[in-house]
Design a protein around this ligand. Sequence first.
Ligand SMILES: Cc1cc2nc3c(=O)[nH]c(=O)nc-3n(C[C@H](O)[C@H](O)[C@H](O)COP(=O)(O)O)c2cc1C
Length: 161
Amino acid sequence: MSAYHELVARLDYPMGIVTTVADGRRSGCLVGFHTQCSIAPPRHVVFVSKKNHTHDVAAAATALALHLPDRSERRLAEIFGELSGDDVDKFRLVEWDEGPEGLPILRGCAGWIAGHIVDRLGSLEDDHTGFVIEPFAGDVRAPLHQLGFQAVQDMLPGHEA
Ligand SMILES: Cc1cc2nc3c(=O)[nH]c(=O)nc-3n(C[C@H](O)[C@H](O)[C@H](O)COP(=O)(O)O)c2cc1C
């Protein structure tokens, strides 16, 4: 529906970078599709394309980390949004630390949360899976001048959705 596509293309939702680990495999990608979805208990949902390298790893994982990059961190967003773990190990290109439950935590981000995966959303035909997480750790390191979708919509995704 063209009005729908036109409208959502004008939104300026906050970009995130999701990372995860399962069976020693690390993965992560840039996401625009994420939002808080419950207050009590606190829950957040992150939608990951089924074609992404990150999807396979997230499907086997018990937790995700969601980073909120500052608008000065465009380079980090490019690495996670324009490259695929199918071709390159993104974690060799950025600074990160091993965080709770082995999750890779990116140093360059203003804030992050780690959450246990408590549910999955979406039907078989949908091209994204929603991973519902319940936050159990996190940090706010700096004031957040959020990186919005309008500032990165020129990027070429590493995978088609
Ligand atoms: C502006 C922008 C928004 C994106 N939003 C999402 C998203 O919400 N969910 C998703 O799975 N991929 C999203 N992507 C695409 C992935 O970040 C991209 O295809 C990435 O290279 C996949 O990496 P991977 O194969 O290592 O998982 C977005 C990319 C861009 C440039």
